[in-house]
Design a protein around this ligand. Structure first.
Ligand SMILES: NC(=O)c1ccc[n+]([C@@H]2O[C@H](COP(=O)([O-])OP(=O)(O)OC[C@H]3O[C@@H](n4cnc5c(N)ncnc54)[C@H](OP(=O)(O)O)[C@@H]3O)[C@@H](O)[C@H]2O)c1
Length: 313
């Protein structure tokens, strides 16, 4: 989607953009965008800081050598760019296995915060042991964040997650959804369960969670991960809507040089949001998205401006 990255920019944006993006794209590696400070936010329950732009991996269940190589390149550069949080799930085919293998080969496990999810109901077989397979699939001794996926078997699984946290096998526990009709379940879970994290869908084009769920999570001290920040990887993806459109000149005031960065900064700047997990399989997109974790964030007035702009698109 380099066409979006290279969309027509104002002169001012172009100058600032070429500085940041030029450093980012030309240098890569540890010196990436070194001129802009990395934004982190604390996990409310512990104060541990997380870089605000992570990685979604629901398209990491691949076997073709060139596809594996592309994902490996992303996972290699990801921590070098200052990022940490990788989100996967048992339900994403072999994504956990691919990530486990590649991270082992790259030797960068200690630089990552690995989040995964429990089984979907259909995967749960009688007897124990299925959840334990997650550690083997990811090739890790400890999981940073284990989330109940879409409320599947919540009552059965949540006590086990609590036991595992107690035993030090997982560091944080939480629940996820990306469906409006599960928002009542999410609200109830926030009110009744000791959640370290929630994960929910929120984007400029899908602001439902902003009304009730995000403020409640903030009140309850739950960290918030935002999934599908671009509306998902299917027909709901919002990036084609802005393809070829010029960025507003004021985007430069928040160190934004592309539409994906503007949309991610809109998410990150919500006060309840801890981190956003855009899915990508491409190094160029990773670098673009990681620039949203650098520099200035929109304030409330700028957030309104982004919403007003979106209403015209
Ligand atoms: N219930 C749940 O727990 C739940 C539900 C949905 C998602 N999730 C999690 O949230 C993550 C994010 O959601 P998602 O991946 O479905 O959707 P998304 O992040 O909204 O969008 C991903 C799509 O945007 C493209 N993209 C990413 N960065 C781009 C850039 N800079 N320029 C142009 N295109 C770009 C990706 O293509 P490329 O691959 O070509 O970059 C992909 O097609 C998932 O991967 C998963 O980890 C969780």
């Amino acid at each position: 989607m380099t066409s979006i990255f290279n969309s027509r920019l104002s002169r001012r944006t172009l100058v600032q953009g070429s500085l940041a993006a030029g450093v980012a794209l030309a240098l890569g590696g540890p010196a990436f965008a070194a001129d802009l400070p990395l934004i982190t936010k604390p996990i409310p329950k512990t104060g541990e800081k997380l870089p605000v732009v992570g990685l979604g991996t629901n398209a990491y269940s691949v076997t073709a050598p060139e596809e594996i190589a592309a994902r490996k390149e992303v996972l290699q550069h990801f921590p070098q760019l200052g990022a940490k949080l990788v989100d996967t799930a048992r339900a994403y085919g072999e994504s956990e296995v691919v990530i486990g293998k590649l991270v082992k080969e790259l030797g960068n496990r200690d630089k990552l915060f690995i989040a995964t999810k429990t089984l979907m109901r259909g995967d749960i077989k009688p007897g124990n042991g299925e959840l334990e397979e997650t550690f083997a699939r990811l090739q890790v001794d400890k999981i940073d964040l284990l989330q109940i996926h879409n409320f599947n078997a919540l009552d059965e699984l949540f006590p086990r997650l609590q036991e595992w946290k107690q035993a030090g096998k997982v560091r944080y526990i939480g629940v996820t959804t990306s469906m409006n009709d599960q928002y009542p379940l999410l609200i109830n879970a926030l009110k009744t369960l000791p959640l370290d994290f929630i994960q929910v869908d929120y984007s400029i084009d899908n602001r439902g969670a902003g009304e009730t769920i995000l403020p409640l999570a903030q009140e309850k001290g739950a960290a918030v991960l935002i999934n599908m920040p671009f509306g998902g990887r299917r027909e709901g993806n919002v990036l084609p809507k802005v393809s070829g459109k010029p960025l507003p000149a004021w985007a430069a005031d928040i160190d934004v040089t592309s539409w994906p960065q503007l949309l991610l900064k809109y998410n990150i700047s919500h006060p309840a949001v801890t981190a956003v997990i855009p899915g990508t399989t491409k190094l160029a997109h990773l670098k673009d998205n990681q620039l949203a974790a650098r520099g200035r964030l929109p304030d409330a007035a700028m957030r309104r401006k982004i919403e007003e702009l979106w209403a015209t698109i």
